[in-house]
Design a protein around this ligand. Structure first.
Ligand code: EPZ
Length: 424
């Protein structure tokens, strides 16, 4: 398996262009199943998870044309106009939990779906009970058998008023797509408000869907039966942008992040600013600098959008490990999202975990070590820590990184990082 070797201590300086958002592109790709007309997507990040979604959609019978974009990412044309296969098999779904996002559109389009249960992952059991109970409220008949969800809607899905007991990004996305083609009006209450949800809703509207309340916790969807050809550009990846903002801060450098949306990073910019980092908001760009290289400890609690994103928790912990003073980092979304703590401890970080909170006692510098990546965001947290650490760090199992960061080594090397990938 590949390793990444980093020699730390270099302040990063320069410009990084942000790629399209993985967590927006995946549901947008699944939405093509609703329509028999082409869906043209641009600014799609060139990532392993995108390739897995292409593999899954082709398994369903979707025709996928793809070509590299001029600078970063891919352009995709997805057409689901033939006979569609309702089954999402375990050997693909187990590679990527987001595969479950084909459930809603398949059920709406075909009246049936047979989707492997995704199984858990490193950060939690991650059930899909909210997806299933909401689809049942729309008239679906659902049976769990031999690790698969067997869902049928022989009379078609019917509009319903659905109130989620707690915020779920994936459940909101699945139900948004299902409701777009249901008979009647669906109201989704306590819906997730992440920018990726609004991106999916805006794309569905460009395909002809009738959706109101976009960006709020109450979405009103009036189902339609025929969609039109559409062209849509994926929003920039707010988590990638936040990750590189931390890279500037943790190395005591200054980076200009371009092709991004500062308005999607409010809570992250606020936390960095409160920790003493200079953030100049340029709308489609963000300048981040931290000449002294040492932040002040600052507490954060992960929350649904617009709160501090759970996908930035690990990265922020790496920064706080080098800060002056203590920080309390509380994870409220996933039950096991501190897998990066023992690895950071190998780099001499001083962190104590109590249940869902981690007390980080920042001190001057981290020390390079051999460490292991466990999940996507824990992997990049170790990259950030390595960029600031004294000496060399070797990160194992870097395939996790390839799922969510396009051209990570190239982007970091271009702004001064001593980073290389070693294939064994
Ligand atoms: C999405 O996951 C993202 N993935 C995650 O990003 C992100 O961390 C998460 O939303 C929260 O923002 C994609 O968009 C592909 P949830 P999702 O449903 O939809 C529980 C990354 O690093 N839950 O909002 O799976 C669940 O276990 C990934 O890019 C249920 O109990 O997240 C979790 O504790 C990691 N039952 C919480 O709710 C359900 O039916 C939030 O999950 C659904 C969820």
């Amino acid at each position: 398996m590949d390793q990444i070797r980093i020699t730390g201590g270099q302040p990063l300086h320069g410009t990084i262009s942000i790629s399209g958002a993985k967590n927006a592109a995946l549901p947008l790709m699944a939405a093509c199943l609703l329509s028999d007309k082409p869906l043209h997507l641009s600014n799609v990040p060139d990532l392993a998870d995108i390739a897995t979604m292409v593999e899954l959609l082709e398994n369903h019978g979707v025709t996928v044309e793809q070509k590299p974009a001029e600078d970063l990412g891919l352009e995709l044309t997805l057409t689901a106009d033939g006979t569609l296969n309702p089954t999402a098999p375990y050997d693909i779904v187990r590679k990527m939990r987001a595969s479950v996002l084909v459930l809603g559109p398949l059920l709406a389009r075909l009246g049936e779906a047979i989707v492997s249960l995704p199984g858990g992952c490193a950060i939690g059991t991650r059930p899909i009970d909210l997806h299933l109970s909401a689809l049942e409220q729309m008239g679906a008949v659902i049976e769990l058998k031999e690790g698969y969800v067997y869902a049928k809607a022989p009379e078609g899905l019917k509009g319903a008023t659905i109130r989620f007991p707690f915020v779920s990004v994936g459940a909101t996305e699945n139900l948004l797509m299902a409701a777009a083609m249901a008979d009647g009006t669906t109201i989704l209450e306590n819906a997730a408000r992440e920018p990726e949800i609004s991106d999916l809703a805006d794309c569905l509207v460009s395909m002809g869907a009738d959706i109101h309340g976009i960006g709020t916790e109450c979405l009103v969807i009036k189902g339609i039966s025929n969609f039109k050809e559409a062209t849509y550009s994926v929003i920039p990846d707010r988590i990638e942008a936040g990750t590189y903002a931390v890279a500037a801060a943790i190395t005591g450098g200054s980076l200009e992040l371009t092709n991004m949306r500062s308005d999607h990073l409010g809570a992250v910019i606020e936390a960095l600013t409160r920790a003493g980092v200079n953030c100049a908001n340029g709308g489609a760009s963000l300048s981040v600098s931290h000449p002294t290289g040492h932040c002040s400890g600052f507490d954060v609690v992960s929350q649904p959008y617009p709160g501090f994103p759970t996908d930035m928790q690990a990265q922020f912990m790496a920064l706080m490990a080098t800060a002056d003073g203590a920080s309390l980092i509380t994870e409220t979304i996933f039950e096991n999202r501190f897998m990066h703590v023992p690895e950071l401890a190998r780099m001499s970080a001083d962190i104590t975990v109590h249940g869902g909170s981690a007390m980080v006692r920042g001190h001057g510098s981290l020390k390079g070590a051999e460490v292991m990546a466990t999940d996507l965001r824990a992997s990049v947290c170790l990259v950030l820590a390595a960029l600031a650490a004294e000496g060399e760090t070797v990160i194992n199992r870097v395939y996790h990184l390839d799922r969510g960061y396009e051209q990570l080594e190239e982007k970091l090397r271009a702004v001064g990082a001593k980073i290389e990938r070693v294939s064994d």
